[in-house]
Design a protein around this ligand. Structure first.
Ligand code: IPM
Ligand code: MG
Length: 360
């Protein structure tokens, strides 16, 4: 049966990078028999413009019935003043939460050809391959109560709640251990247990779950130290597992180790392995519509979709090899181009990847 893939282009450069990735998936279908059909729906600012809601019910329904979802990016200055409850970012958070995509995988892998694109020294990042696992449907992003209220004396007070239930910690830890087991067998749990009770519980549950995985080495690190260590000696890490907000911050940091945030894919999985796949970068309104955006993070997100949700590991390998070959051939979009490189646009990069896929 054909895999049903929902494409949510979103805003800014979203339509360009999702369009590019649709072409790549189309090439896999035509050349290698990858059985897929595409559906398209609105989400983000474009959905606010069309329906007054960043995640319209029709989009949510299609997301529920799809086998996998590929998202470009949402948001932009045009919608920054929109009421908080319907902002593009809220739509994305609702999609993650309503579909139970609690396990967010953010690999930071340095392609050898890009070692000089990082702002860190080549030997610090060469060969880098770490996996950040971010809890995505709990923590301070969703905790209640939240809001901005006016106190009796007229001053305003903003507040959010950081909370984790034991079962939420346990399931993300299990995902972390399962993934570490298939990689370097080292799991570093990042928290702030020297200050926060919720982190104390986090650490305790990590230890308990760890007893089921004696073959995986578990360590703990405070988040402030982890951010320092990630810049100092990033290769000391294999898999990092952490909370929603710490993971948000650390994954942007890790992205820069690899040279460009334009290179990094992500997967957000539910308990059954169904997922939402999106580049780590945002909608880049400053370059939208100019045909210069780097489509590789979205193309690599499609590769994660093939690997983690659609059970098409061979196609994922093929696609990743094609991207590596294109980079080795010196083809660069502006964000990863060196001083001497001539940058290509989105369309040429996409064609290069499709050509590099090879023949059946
Ligand atoms: C991310 C983004 C989102 C987040 C925003 C756009 C809501 O920064 O996916 O990392 O904070 O989760
Ligand atoms: Mg972020």
């Amino acid at each position: 049966m054909a895999h049903k893939i929902l494409l949510l282009a979103g805003d800014g450069i979203g339509p360009e990078i999702v369009g590019a990735t649709e072409q790549v998936l189309g090439a896999l279908r035509d050349r290698f028999g990858f059985a897929c059909e595409f559906e398209h729906a609105l989400m983000g600012g474009c959905a606010i413009d069309a329906h007054g809601d960043s995640l319209p019910a029709a989009t949510l329904d299609l997301a529920r019935s799809a086998d996998a979802i590929l998202l470009g990016a949402v948001g932009g200055p045009k919608w920054d003043q929109v009421e908080r409850a319907i902002r593009p970012e809220r739509g994305l958070l609702r999609l993650r939460s309503e579909l139970g995509f609690y396990c967010n995988l953010r690999p930071a892998v340095l392609f050898p050809a890009l070692a000089d694109a990082s702002s860190l020294k080549r030997d610090v990042v060469a060969g880098l391959d770490i996996m950040i696992i971010r809890e995505l449907t709990g923590g301070i992003y969703f905790g209640q109560p939240r809001g901005i209220e006016t106190l009796a004396d007229g001053r305003r007070r903003g507040f959010n709640t950081l909370e984790y239930r034991e079962d939420e910690i346990e399931r993300i830890m299990r995902s972390g251990f399962d993934i570490a087991r298939k990689r370097g067998k080292r799991l570093c749990s990042v928290d702030k247990a020297n200050v926060l009770e919720v982190s104390e519980l986090w650490r305790e549950v990590a230890e308990t779950v760890g007893r089921d995985y004696p073959d995986v080495e578990l360590s703990h690190m405070y988040v402030d130290n982890a951010s320092m260590q990630l810049v100092r000696t990033p290769k000391q890490f294999d898999v990092i597992v952490t909370t929603n907000m710490f993971g948000d911050i650390l994954s942007d940091l890790a992205a820069m180790l690899t040279g460009s945030i334009g290179m990094l894919p992500s997967a957000s999985l539910d308990a059954n392995g169904k997922g939402l796949f999106e580049p780590v970068h945002g909608s880049a309104p400053d370059i939208a519509g100019r045909g210069v955006a780097n489509p590789l993070a979205t193309i690599l997100s499609a590769s994660m979709m093939l690997r983690y949700t659609l059970n098409e590991a061979a196609l994922a390998d093929r696609l990743e090899a094609a991207v590596a070959r294109v980079l080795e051939g010196g083809i660069r979009t502006a964000d990863i181009a060196g001083a001497d490189d001539r940058a290509v646009g989105t369309a040429d990069m996409t064609t290069a990847v499709i050509d590099a896929l090879g023949a059946a």
